[in-house]
Design a protein around this ligand. Sequence first.
Ligand SMILES: Cc1cc2nc3c(=O)[nH]c(=O)nc-3n(C[C@H](O)[C@H](O)[C@H](O)COP(=O)(O)OP(=O)(O)OC[C@H]3O[C@@H](n4cnc5c(N)ncnc54)[C@H](O)[C@@H]3O)c2cc1C
Length: 421
Amino acid sequence: MKTVVIGSGAAGISAAYHLKKKGGNPVVFEQDADWGGLCGNFTIDGFRFDRFVHFTFADDPYIADLFAKSSPLYAHPPVSYNYWRGYWLKHPAQNNLAPLPVEEKVKIIDSFVNRPKKDVSEIKNYAEWLRVQYGDYFAENFPFAYTRKYWGKEAAELETKWVGNRLHVSPLPEVLRGAFEEQKENFYYTKFMNYPKKGGFRSILDDCRKGLDIRFNKRAVKIDPAAKKVFFEDETTESYDELISTAPLPEVVKMLDNVPAEVKKAAENLHWTCGYQVSLGFNRHDVAKHLWFYIYDEDVPPARVYSPNLKSPDNAPDGCSSLQAEIFFANDAAIPDKAEILEKTVEKLKHLCGFDDKDIVVKDIRFEKYGNIIFTPDIYENRKIVRDFLTANGVNSVGRFGEWDYYWSHQAFKSGINADK
Ligand SMILES: Cc1cc2nc3c(=O)[nH]c(=O)nc-3n(C[C@H](O)[C@H](O)[C@H](O)COP(=O)(O)OP(=O)(O)OC[C@H]3O[C@@H](n4cnc5c(N)ncnc54)[C@H](O)[C@@H]3O)c2cc1C
């Protein structure tokens, strides 16, 4: 039985690896010239950059073990920082107000104590959730601004099921303690952040990838479910007994003929972020000071900046350091020009990170069409309509963009395992 797998990201590799292990015959078709999808990377003059931040905190023992066997891992304590109007606050900001002026601390704590009291089940949207958890002043100045930068939407436009344990909710003593001194305790949603010692983030998948039949530069453009054929951009076709797709739902809908209006409409109403990666290499070892940090100021384009060389020294030449900045937009927003974003990002980061033009030896910007799924209130209904239609047409749609969910790499990998169930 021949299985065609569209995409060689975490989900596609996992699906093909597990099928092959059970005696199946999977062939993976990847539109890019290399494997890994969002877990992949690129190298410029000895500086390796992942496609956005990427650490692994796989909690499923089977998956964690596969990743660790594939590559020895560094275990980083998840210590990150927040930049806000000239101040550096340990993450999470609401618990580490110590560096702020007294007036700001008073406004934040006063508004926290007097925050709206509401049962979580009655909360209608993310804006309300933030006000109820943190108080109006902090909500409006920190996460509302960050939501615009990271999600490309107003907090009031988002629902809340996606939040889960991603955001720390603090009792008053924690907020007060952090207002006096930087807290030692880690309040991050995971206690460890692992990263491969060699080869970039995708090395966690390397053992599973080896031995797979992956065909590159093969962009699927059409699926004929009746004839069980996939058509590629290079005008070749491939027959299948079974089809697994990890391509984004809105793209798969475009590959099918005779799509009912209701399904088209549901696909059009799925929202996601796209984004730029600004990647910088420096001829100095000391530019990167934080593993990663968040930026709340809206005049600074990146929402988040991280350091590839602090993740692993293997990501930069000896004596050098590197940064990558992530700049996101909603898919339906006007996207500023690359040159404009690159220049503005570099100028702002010079100020934040203390480097100069003469320190920069690599400067790159590239665009990623699919970043994060946006959780508007109608997401669950729309993705069900689309996925039911794909299932009815024999398309087994898995992975972050195939299930249309906020999946980390280990969850995308698990979705690939479940493709066979
Ligand atoms: C900003 C950001 C930060 C993240 N940070 C982390 C993190 O720290 N830790 C973590 O675990 N996860 C992180 N993730 C999530 C992680 O990247 C994903 O969960 C995972 O990579 C998704 O794998 P996938 O295989 O489902 O999708 P993808 O990686 O998107 O793979 C899909 C593949 O299909 C290919 N494809 C698409 N369409 C076609 C077509 N028509 N024909 C042929 N091929 C096609 C694509 O080129 C791609 O290779 C992050 C994601 C983002 C956006």
